[in-house]
Design a binder for this molecule. Sequence first.
Ligand code: URA
Length: 200
Amino acid sequence: MSLKKDLLTQLFEENKNCQKCKLSTTRNKFVFGTGNPDAKIMFIGEGPGKEEDLQGLPFVGRAGELLTAIIEKGMLLKREDVFIANIVKCRPTLDMAGTRDRPPDREEVESCSWMLLKQIEVINPEVIITLGNPSTKFLLKTDEGITKIRGKFANFNGIPVMPTYHPSYILRNGGANSPLKKDVWEDIKQVLKLLNMPIP
Ligand code: URA
């Protein structure tokens, strides 16, 4: 086992029963994140949805299908090659009754985001791709909206960060035929170029 894998396993084990915030009272599963501890690319979303909460894995619902297609059909990588995580590890819902999802609130981000920062520190990826407003605003400490800020490299502790649209936003805005898909592809191409990886 690699040192990075050991450290991530330890982080998971020490926190999988976390009760630091109210999301622990409604969660089915703690969604730590998944992928290659030595990944060059890390994707960061906002928080688990319904399917993620049931399976304990990030991005396995409808938005996840789209993210997986971006990784596998677009970038010609495997999901296992990258690392996928969220700002919060338990599912936030509007009424705390497991119906509609919502972004994590300030208190939830405050009590949970240290774990994402630790994951970034351990994995030390060559590039981070933030998906949507919450993870972009959190990591880059900005109030700028994703539409303005996407497609331009920023920096987090020396790591290049490419903000792009969240797959759920694409699904809500045209789905398979969304014009936003082209923008995401442009952003991803910049990442591949930075890493000297082939652009399909
Ligand atoms: N949306 C997210 O931000 N993260 C997930 O894991 C699933 C949907």
